[in-house]
Design a protein around this ligand. Structure first.
Ligand code: PEP
Length: 250
C-alpha cells in the first residue's frame, strides 16, 4: 500500500508573510489521509520547518547540489537542506533542466547526494509539447528514468513525478487516458529495473496544472499516488481541496 502524497512546489515564490499558508493547511488537515509536503524557496525552509513542527506537514527543498560542500557559490547541499529541516527534495524539475542545463547525469548525482543526506528524492520527468506531438513521450520518459535515477534507490527514498512540460503553469492538462498511459509505463519501467517489490513501492505523482476542479479525476487514474502542485500550492484555499480530493481517492 503506497502512502498518497500531496506535494507543493512554491518555486521562486514566497516570503515570510506567506508562512501562514502552512499554518492554515495544518489547521485544516490535522489528521490527513495522505502525506502533505511543501517545498518553499530555500530562504524560507528553516522557518517553514519550524512553522510545521508538530503538525501533519513536512517541508522539502526544490534542488540541491551533488557535492557535500565546497566552492559552489549560491548552491546548497542536500545535507544543508536536511539540516534546515527538509525531509525531501525535488530534483530534475523541468525548470531546472531548462534554466540550469541540468542533464539526466546531473540529476542522478543529486539523487545520490540526497540519499547520502537521508532525503527522499522527488525526481521529475516529462516531455515537451513537440515531443508529445512527435509520439516521443514514452521514449523521452524512459531515457529520463534510466539516466536520472541511480541504482541505490528504494521505495522509501524515491518518488517519481510525471510532469508534462506543456502542462506546467499553462492550465493545459493531459487527458486521464494520457496520464494513465504514462504512469502505467513508468510503473512497468520501475518493475523491470528494480524488481516487483521496489517497483511497486515507488510512488508516482502527476504534476502540471493540478487544480481543485480537476484533482479528483486525476487521482482516480490508476498508478497516480498523488500530485506535485505548483501554482495551486501557494494558497491554502486552492491546495486544501486538492489534499481533500487525494484523501478521498480510492
Ligand atoms: C510544477 O511546477 O511542478 C507544477 C506542476 O506547476 P503547476 O501546478 O503550476 O502547473
Amino acid at each position: 500500500m503506497r502512502t498518497k502524497l500531496a506535494a507543493g512546489n512554491w518555486k521562486m515564490n514566497g516570503t515570510g508573510r506567506d508562512l501562514g499558508v502552512l499554518t492554515e493547511l495544518a489547521r485544516r488537515h490535522t489528521q490527513p489521509g495522505c502525506e502533505i509536503l511543501i517545498c518553499p524557496p530555500v530562504s524560507l525552509l528553516h522557518r517553514a520547518a519550524q512553522t510545521v513542527q508538530g503538525t501533519s506537514i513536512s517541508v522539502g527543498g526544490q534542488d540541491c547540489h551533488a557535492a557535500r560542500s565546497g566552492a559552489h557559490t549560491g548552491d546548497i547541499s542536500a545535507e544543508m537542506l536536511a539540516d534546515a529541516g527538509a525531509r525531501s527534495v525535488i530534483l530534475g524539475h523541468s525548470e531546472r533542466r531548462e534554466d540550469h542545463a541540468e542533464t539526466n547525469a546531473h540529476v542522478r548525482d543529486k539523487v545520490r547526494a540526497a540519499l547520502a543526506a537521508g532525503l527522499v528524492s522527488i525526481v521529475c520527468v516529462g516531455e515537451t509539447k513537440d515531443q508529445r506531438l512527435a509520439n516521443e513521450t514514452l521514449s523521452v520518459v524512459a531515457d529520463q528514468l534510466a539516466g536520472s535515477i541511480p541504482d541505490q534507490v528504494t521505495g522509501d527514498t524515491l518518488v517519481v513525478a510525471y510532469e508534462p512540460i506543456w502542462a506546467i503553469g499553462t492550465g493545459l492538462v493531459p487527458t486521464v487516458e494520457q496520464i494513465a498511459e504514462v504512469h502505467g509505463f513508468i510503473r512497468a519501467q520501475l518493475h523491470d529495473r528494480f524488481g516487483a517489490q521496489t517497483g511497486s513501492q515507488i510512488r508516482l505523482l502527476y504534476g502540471g496544472s493540478v487544480k481543485p476542479d480537476n484533482a479528483a479525476a486525476i487521482f482516480a487514474v490508476p498508478d497516480v499516488d498523488g500530485a506535485l502542485v505548483g501554482g495551486a500550492s501557494l494558497s491554502a484555499d486552492d491546495f486544501s481541496p486538492i489534499v481533500s480530493a487525494l484523501e478521498g481517492s480510492a
